[in-house]
Design a protein around this ligand. Structure first.
Ligand SMILES: NC(=O)c1ccc[n+]([C@@H]2O[C@H](COP(=O)([O-])OP(=O)(O)OC[C@H]3O[C@@H](n4cnc5c(N)ncnc54)[C@H](O)[C@@H]3O)[C@@H](O)[C@H]2O)c1
Length: 328
C-alpha cells in the first residue's frame, strides 16, 4: 500500500518514519520546499520524494497524510477526499467548525476513512489513566487541570489555543467521554499582535466536571502536566517525567456527618503514592499502525472526523470567548 505524506517540516517526518516501519507500506513524501526534502531524504532514503503533490491524483496512492500548517488542512483534505483517498490530517482538523463539518461530511459521503492526529489518544500513559478512571478507583471526578507551556515555537497561522489545546481537549474528552457545555478563555498576544501566545481556558463538562487548561508559548520551562482530582484518589500525569509519568495519590478529604450543633468534620487523608508501569511504545507508531489498520479493515478510527469536529467546536468556542474578552 502506498501512502503520500504532504508536509515534511517539523512533524511530518515523524509520521513518515513511522509509516516506513510498517511492513508492506511504501511512502511518497512531499514538501513544496526543496530544502526540506534534501534534509529528510538523507535520513529516510527508502521513501520517494517530490515537491508537487500531484500524487493525490495517482490511483496507486491509497491514502494521504497531511502534516502542513493548519490553514492548508481544509483545501488539501478536501482535494484528497474528492480524489477518493483515505485521509489522515494532523490536528487540529481545521480552524473553523464549518470547514471541519464539510470535511467530515465529504468523508462520510465518499465512504472514506478520515483520521485526525490527536496523538495523545495513542499515548500509553493517557490510555492507562483512562483505564484507572473507568475502573472507579478515582471515584467521582471533581475537576481536571492541564498545563502545556514552554518557550516557543510561535506559529504564524494559528494562535496557541489552536496549536496546543487540541492535545488537552483530546485527552480530557477521551477520559470523560463527553464534551464541554461551557467554554471561556482569556489570553494575551504578548509577542505578535493578534496572535495569542498564552491562554487560560475554563470549561464545564456535561457530566459536571470542571476543567482548566493553560497553554502557552511564553514560559520559562516546559510543563506538560495534567491533574485529575477525584472523590477517592488523585492522579498526576507528567509527560516530561521519563520514569514516573503517572502517579496515583491515595489522598482526599472526607466529610463526616454533622457531629455537634450542626458542625461538620473533615478528615484529610494522605496515603500511598503509586506509579503504575507504562509501556514505552511511541504513540506515533500506534497512531500510524491504527491508520493503516483502519484503511485495510474499513474500520472507524478512534480519532475519527466526528471526534475531531467536537475538538474544533470547543477550540472555536474558546477562541470566540478569547476575542470577546480581550482580543488575541
Ligand atoms: N500531533 C502532534 O503532536 C503535533 C506536533 C507538532 C505539529 N503537529 C501538527 O502538524 C502540522 C504541521 O506542523 P509543523 O510543526 O510540522 O509545521 P512546519 O511549518 O514545521 O512544517 C510544515 C511543512 O509543510 C510544508 N508545506 C506547507 N504547505 C504545503 C503544501 N501545500 N504542499 C506541500 N508542502 C507544504 C512547508 O514547506 C513545511 O515544510 C500542524 O497541523 C501541527 O498542528 C502535530
Amino acid at each position: 500500500m502506498k501512502i503520500g505524506v504532504i508536509g515534511l517540516g517539523y512533524w511530518g517526518p515523524n509520521l513518515l518514519r513511522n509509516l516506513l516501519h510498517i511492513p508492506g507500506i511504501e511512502v511518497i513524501g512531499c514538501d513544496e520546499d526543496r530544502k526540506r526534502i534534501d534534509i529528510i531524504k538523507r535520513n529516510f532514503p527508502n521513501a520517494e520524494y517530490t515537491t508537487s503533490c500531484d500524487f493525490i491524483d495517482d490511483p496507486d496512492v491509497r491514502a494521504i497524510v497531511i502534516a502542513t500548517p493548519v490553514k492548508s488542512h481544509y483545501e488539501l483534505a478536501k482535494l484528497a477526499l474528492e480524489k477518493d483517498k483515505d485521509v489522515f490530517v494532523e490536528k487540529p482538523l481545521t480552524v473553523s467548525y464549518r470547514e471541519a463539518e464539510d470535511i467530515v461530511n465529504l468523508a462520510e459521503e465518499n465512504n472514506k476513512i478520515l483520521m485526525v492526529g490527536h496523538t495523545f489518544m495513542f499515548n500509553p500513559a493517557v490510555l492507562k489513566i483512562k483505564e484507572i478512571i473507568e475502573s472507579g478507583e478515582v471515584g467521582e471526578i471533581y475537576y481536571i487541570t492541564s498545563t502545556r507551556v514552554n518557550l516557543g515555537i510561535h506559529r504564524k497561522d494559528a494562535n496557541v489555543i489552536w496549536d496546543l489545546a487540541p492535545h488537552d481537549f483530546s485527552i480530557i474528552f477521551l477520559w470523560m467521554d463527553t464534551e464541554p457545555k461551557y467554554v471561556s478563555a482569556v489570553g494575551k498576544d504578548a509577542v505578535l499582535d493578534g496572535l495569542a501566545d498564552v491562554a487560560f481556558i475554563h470549561t464545564i463538562f456535561d457530566n459536571g466536571v470542571i476543567a482548566d487548561i493553560q497553554v502557552g508559548w511564553l514560559a520559562p520551562s516546559k510543563i506538560r502536566r495534567t491533574i485529575v482530582v477525584g472523590s477517592k484518589k488523585m492522579i498526576v500525569y507528567d509527560e516530561t517525567n521519563p520514569q514516573e509519568k503517572v502517579k496515583i495519590y491515595d489522598s482526599g478529604v472526607q466529610l463526616k456527618e454533622p457531629y455537634d450543633y450542626g458542625e461538620f468534620l473533615l478528615t484529610y487523608r494522605t496515603g500511598d503514592i503509586h506509579a503504575p508501569k507504562i509501556e514505552g511504545t511511541e504513540p506515533l507508531k500506534l497512531e500510524m499502525e491504527h491508520f493503516v489498520e483502519c484503511i485495510k479493515k474499513r474500520k472507524n478510527p478512534i480519532s475519527d472526523g466526528k471526534f475531531a469536529l467536537k475538538i474544533v467546536k470547543t477550540l472555536q468556542m474558546a477562541n470566540e470567548s478569547l476575542k470577546k474578552n480581550n482580543g488575541g
